[in-house]
Design a protein around this ligand. Sequence first.
Ligand SMILES: Cc1cc2nc3c(=O)[nH]c(=O)nc-3n(C[C@H](O)[C@H](O)[C@H](O)COP(=O)(O)OP(=O)(O)OC[C@H]3O[C@@H](n4cnc5c(N)ncnc54)[C@H](O)[C@@H]3O)c2cc1C
Ligand SMILES: Cc1cc2nc3c(=O)[nH]c(=O)nc-3n(C[C@H](O)[C@H](O)[C@H](O)COP(=O)(O)O)c2cc1C
Length: 695
Amino acid sequence: MSKDFLILYGSETNQSESIADQIYAKCIDMKLDPRVCRMDEVDKEFFIEKETLAVVVVSSTGDGDPPENAHKFFKKLSRNSSDPDFLKNLEFGLLGLGDSNYSTFQGAPKKLEKLLLGLGARKVLETGAADDQVGLELIVEPWCEKLYEYLAKRFECNPEDPLASTLLTKAPNESSAVPVIETVSDVKMDEEESNSNLLPHLGIEKKEFPSDGPCLIRGSEALISDENLRVPVAPQAFLSSAATHIKFDESKVKWQNGDRFPGQFSEPISARVVGVSEISPEGEVRKPKRSLEILITEDSETASRFLENCDAGDSVYFVFPNPKSEVDFILQKLSLLPIADQELSVQIDSKTEKRDPKIPAFIPNPCSLRYILTYCFDFRRAPGRPLLRIFAEHAKDEKEKRRLLELCSAQGVQEFTDFVRQAAISLVDLMIAFPSSVPPIDRIIELLPRLIPRPYSVSNHQSRDGKRIRFVYSLLNFEATKGVQFDRFGVCSSYLRSLQVGDYVKVILKEPSKFRLPPLSALTSSTSTLSISEAPLILIGPGTGVAPFVSFFQKLLSEKISKNLKTDTKRYLFYGSADLSKEYIFKDELESLNREGIITDLILCESRPESGTDRPKYVQDALKARGKEITELVFSESSPKALIFACGDAKGMSKDLWACFQEIFQEHLKKDPQEVLAILKKLKDEERYIEDVWS
Ligand SMILES: Cc1cc2nc3c(=O)[nH]c(=O)nc-3n(C[C@H](O)[C@H](O)[C@H](O)COP(=O)(O)OP(=O)(O)OC[C@H]3O[C@@H](n4cnc5c(N)ncnc54)[C@H](O)[C@@H]3O)c2cc1C
Ligand SMILES: Cc1cc2nc3c(=O)[nH]c(=O)nc-3n(C[C@H](O)[C@H](O)[C@H](O)COP(=O)(O)O)c2cc1C
């Protein structure tokens, strides 16, 4: 009996991909014969209409949109949507990843399910809806268990087969020895030396854990006394790296080996920092804001393509290094500092039993340990359970080993969610909290996700500024709490803050989303006659969310000047700050745009002003106060109708705005909640309500 089937994933930031990989590994252990493919490999690596079983893991990005590497697959299904038998041979199990902070929670998985069912495919499992807001594992784990039960039945695996039940096994007592880098044993320092004085590298003092109650290093009573922990088997080792005595020359390799990542539109190009300024003073506001201006200095085809395609509403990725202090800490803790800058060759371990092992395509060959830890791997991202399992395997202290096993056990899923995922601990936190565990670097890099550059919204328009691009960013600040061992800043935002005028950066244009003026669909749709200068706009941008709207307004101003337009189109900007006296992004520019009539209604909100104010507290309050006129603009009988755009980084903003519009339309359209919900969904579908919310 053929045990072949397809595991498909669509992923923007690796999470679906890593779950698909875990499912693949488990299925291999079950002696099944799966193939794992990215959705955009459709019609190359697989033909979905020829498949009989597909296990699909997909997330949402943007505003309920599929990840970039899933677009092609969604398009193919949509193109065939009139044929109800197109996928009549296909059965599928679908796991959706999302975040309930977004109003379009599970937007892409829901759309995919509808498409698959409409094309005649049949569901073999209830669709899983994992929520990053509370912890993906809470849904992913039980969903995968059900999937394995189903696969065992379908492919008649013997449930007693030891390999078939290896996902969850009793905690082992013995740790197996895993080889370290082959050629570096001669440079290993003795343990005392390698463990001493590590923390000063970070300029930190280790915070003490509370003595009562569960925390990262101590479990709850129930977990401590559980004698039957079920833990995943340690993932198979498959990499083996070797260092030479030649010094690695970083300038000879392409950043991340030239390997593309989802969302990447252009190749990386160089730009010079030409402006940095503080918008709100550090220490006085929770998330201080700064602006950064770069000049595209590179004179290449890539640079021209970048500039030609960069439009108002788009975002640009910044390539950034991981903090040197943390890289040094990891290297020293692993006794690898002396060879950190030597050429390293990463190979597949010839003794591996892992099926289809792959060297990550984003690692250059040769590279160096410092290079890959600085530029290739995201060690700030909370470790997954496989990495905890590896740390348990290598813990010399029995108490540490036990706690690590608890955290990756089936019974410990809630504590894993609380103290690892939600606390957002990093590899360095893990190493500090469990000092007796020193796994080989190969075992660690096998399990670290790729470092993906962070995108920032363009806040000016090139037609005015040529090769200059301006951004506004918040400096994120995380306090040591729960398992987090030291205070830190957001990794990319602190890199941006370190930049000075004259420094060079590498930037990459992000694939355009629908968050454009006019929306991307209006450009591609032949029926649309939308003129951007005529469409009334309701723009909601608290905090840094105002950034892309400034680029919209500059674009409108350019058009007004170049075409000598005299329109009185209504354009509202709802801008919010905690205290406008401390933080008012682009104050002079917004006020000038307001005087010019580009912004007809500049509506300011203030949530925590030092002195009294009669301004609305939140943008939602201001929207409700103008609910009647907004409703009239959005549903006016005359064309064009208003477009709503919302942008920002506030947690829950997307959901709160959705609820706010529900309330407004219910009151002013006099419809019941269900009708209003359908109206709002239609606005989203027609791309007249567009969000770009990151939290
Ligand atoms: C399309 C798009 C446009 C964007 N535009 C802008 C913009 O114009 N301006 C702007 O400022 N940002 C913007 N962002 C956000 C930006 O890309 C980054 O996500 C943001 O700057 C944070 O990156 P970082 O590396 O500094 O933080 P990171 O170190 O990546 O931390 C970010 C997140 O990780 C988690 N986290 C990390 N450490 C901890 C901890 N110790 N405790 C709890 N949680 C933790 C939190 O969820 C936190 O929100 C945009 C994002 C997108 C997707
Ligand atoms: C910029 C951004 C936009 C997002 N938009 C949505 C969304 O509209 N709906 C949703 O349910 N989740 C949304 N999410 C949450 C992701 O889908 C979720 O974090 C998921 O676990 C990511 O999986 P991936 O790494 O495989 O892409 C968004 C996340 C980010 C960073």
